[in-house]
Design a protein around this ligand. Sequence first.
Ligand SMILES: *[C@@H]1O[C@H](CO)[C@@H](O)[C@H](O)[C@H]1NC(C)=O
Length: 112
Amino acid sequence: MRFQYVILMLIGMSAFMVVRNQVTLGGWIPIKNINDPHVTSIATYAVTEYDKQSGLKLKLEKVISGETNVVDGTIFCLNISTTTNSASNKYNVVVLEKLSQRKLTSFVPLHA
Ligand SMILES: *[C@@H]1O[C@H](CO)[C@@H](O)[C@H](O)[C@H]1NC(C)=O
């Protein structure tokens, strides 16, 4: 009796997990805590990488908003603001993170 109950529970749980995976896979989820150190480190990485490629000296001011998408790794799509001297600029950046390897895939100005 007890054993059957456990089996039923396991079946129920795995069915639930399959459904959940299908729902979350490939969907964009808003980042609730924009001040999360991990999010900040992704944004810092994006700016550093962009500076390397462009020869500019942008500095991260703050992360404005962001979304993540878990596919094969995690895609971070962030709106950030940067500073150069006194000018402030907003950009939309996309960083792919997979097994702690990061790749900047997009860094485009945001026209508000
Ligand atoms: C970034 O900002 C644009 C324009 O305000 C907005 O449409 C977009 O949803 C934002 N993206 C993210 C990831 O927050």
